[in-house]
Design a protein around this ligand. Structure first.
Ligand code: FES
Length: 372
């Protein structure tokens, strides 16, 4: 392929084996109010700079109501453009950390974070000539911002088209920044806003993104042909499904489409129940080897290995708890483990015995998992 977005099955961006995630205490340099309900947190790069790729995410760890909470937030900063690391957070109803942070975090404080991770990224090459067509919804704009800044500065012959869906005009994150980028990189960045509720004088698009609208949008952006075009999407689950269906109807090959989803607890309940129903319902003992220690505990059939460990106060690494980020990955040295969600692991990883403890259930009594 002429472009290099990594599928989750691509070995190149796996977390190194036998090398668990690193944690940092980062100083909050600045908090930017992006919209009424979205903030960006700018973290000061430590002296030993944290390396990351555009499109990756940071896992923030903080104590909310006496409990350590972790949430993954995509970086909006570009390692090529920005001096510091920045994530953007939008308030969501009942969002534990996404409401706690804007209400409580102050500039100058430090926050514990896990090293940048994620596969929604690409390698930049000066000679690349590609068209990135991006669909973003709400705070799903965050990784796109990072990718756009890197693409525009690192690949002089590549272009980006962004279709950005929001509730209303005041919900648009980075609106001014995109306007400036469109001027600085004239002809190389096309931004089209789609609003649910448009104001009277709105010149752009409004309403549900459907087949007819997509055709019109595609007429507004350059057509570089399928070989040179990559489609990216990040946003609410409903929007992603909708865009996926619309692109399939346009016969866009699946290997041209890359997605980033960050919905906590997205595991399909029916899938989870099916896993358990099809096997003997029995609590089983699991041994986890981590950080030079060995933990043995019983896991109930309807509970995941990670969930059980955390309830017992065993501090295993994790982030999304949805089988997506691989932060909880371990290798099953023996026994059988069933996963509710296998998307996060490549076929070769599965073949080698890797499992994700956040979505893993023991199916035999001899499960031993070693975590990096
Ligand atoms: S915590 Fe993200 S895959 Fe398990």
């Amino acid at each position: 392929m002429a472009f290099g977005f990594f599928k989750k099955s691509d070995k190149k961006v796996e977390t190194p084996v036998n090398n668990g995630p690193h944690y940092y205490d980062l100083k909050v340099k600045q908090i930017i109010q992006e919209t009424k309900d979205a903030i960006s947190i700018v973290f000061e790069q430590p002296v030993n700079k944290i390396a990351y790729k555009s499109g990756q995410f940071l896992t923030l760890i903080t104590n909310v109501g006496g409990k350590d909470v972790r949430r993954a937030y995509s970086l909006n900063s570009s390692p090529f453009v920005d001096q510091d690391l920045a994530v953007t957070i939008k308030r969501v109803d009942n969002g534990l950390m996404s409401n706690w942070l804007p209400d409580n975090l102050k500039e100058g404080q430090t926050l514990k974070v896990m090293e940048p991770m994620g596969h929604f990224t690409t390698e930049y090459k000066n000679e690349n000539k590609r068209h990135l067509v991006m669909f973003a919804g709400g705070s799903g704009i965050t990784p796109m911002m990072s990718l756009i800044k890197s693409t525009l500065t690192q690949e002089p012959e590549s272009i980006c088209s962004l279709i950005y869906c929001n509730r209303d005009i005041d919900s648009i994150i980075f609106k001014d920044q995109f306007e400036k980028l469109q001027i600085t990189h004239a002809g190389r960045l096309h931004v089209i806003h789609v609003l649910d509720n448009a104001p009277m004088n709105w010149q752009g698009y409004s309403g549900l993104l459907n087949h007819d609208m997509l055709i019109k949008l595609f007429e507004r952006i350059p057509n570089w042909g399928i070989e040179k075009t990559t489609y990216l999407m990040c946003g609410p689950e409903g929007m992603m499904k909708n865009v996926d269906t619309l692109l399939a109807a346009q016969h866009i090959p699946k290997d041209k489409i890359f997605k980033e989803s960050f919905v906590q607890g997205t595991i399909d309940k029916a899938k989870k129940e099916a896993v358990v129903a099809s096997d003997e319902k029995k609590a089983r003992e699991v041994t986890v080897k981590y950080d030079g220690q060995e933990f043995k505990f019983m896991v109930e059939p309807n509970r995941a290995i990670l969930e059980t460990a955390l309830d017992l106060g065993i501090d295993l690494p994790y982030s999304c708890q949805s089988g997506l980020c691989t932060a909880c990955r371990g290798k099953a040295l023996s026994g059988k483990v069933k996963l509710d969600e296998e998307e996060g692991l490549s076929q070769s990883e599965r073949a080698e015995g890797y499992v994700l403890t956040c979505v893993g259930h023991p199916m035999s009594d001899d499960v031993v998992i070693e975590i990096g």
